[in-house]
Design a protein around this ligand. Structure first.
Ligand code: QAP
Ligand code: CO
Length: 178
């Protein structure tokens, strides 16, 4: 049983081009209190950063865990452990202007399949199935890419990716210097 009174930790989010973002995450073998504490801190970190989704990879923990909240009220966190996605129709795709907490300040339209089915374990380790639509389907696919070491910038042109890399490296340097 986890105490309700422990303080949430704000986790450091890795930023592109940090090579640790390229790590392939391993399956969670058993959902332990260590995972539950991480999940709570990930949800807290997502809210503090004004994000709608965060993968464990982004906080340098390389097991297959995602947290997502697309609700307007920011009071409906969804936890996905060991998610597996099945594309239901390869021909139905749509574009969405995506952002990423690991690529701050940049937004790009990415085309992805629309119709997917997701199987996963929830925070209690219980198996769940979902057929998400719209934004939720987009965010789940974006976050699952992180678990494979894939970033949103991998879908855009080399020239655009290089430009984003230079700008983020420059602001990271300025942060250290200040
Ligand atoms: C993934 O990303 C996503 O640049 C989640 O300055 C987002 O929550 C998939 C964020 C949109 C599809 C559509 C980004 C916050 C949040 C920034 C996020 C920023 C502040 C990104
Ligand atoms: Co992201």
């Amino acid at each position: 049983m986890q105490s309700k009174f422990i303080k949430m930790k704000l986790l450091k989010i890795l930023e592109f081009p940090d090579p640790r973002l390229r790590t392939k995450a391993k399956p969670v073998e058993k959902v332990t209190n260590v995972h539950k504490e991480l999940i709570d801190n990930m949800i807290h970190t997502m809210y503090e950063s004004k994000g709608i989704g965060l993968a464990a990879t982004q906080v340098d923990f390389h097991e297959r865990i995602l947290v997502i909240d697309i609700s307007e009220e920011r009071d409906d966190p969804q936890v996905f452990i060991n998610p597996e996605v099945e594309i239901l129709n390869k021909d139905e795709k749509s574009g969405y202007e995506e952002g990423c907490l690991s690529v701050p300040g940049f937004y790009e339209e990415i085309i992805r399949p629309e119709k997917i089915k997701v199987t996963y374990l929830d925070r209690d380790g219980k198996k769940q199935t979902l057929m998400p639509e719209g934004l939720l389907a987009v965010v789940i696919q974006h976050e699952m890419d992180h678990l494979e070491g894939i970033l949103m910038v991998d879908y855009i042109s080399n020239i655009k990716r290089q430009r984003i890399k230079q700008k983020l490296q420059k602001s990271a340097k300025e942060k250290i210097a200040s």
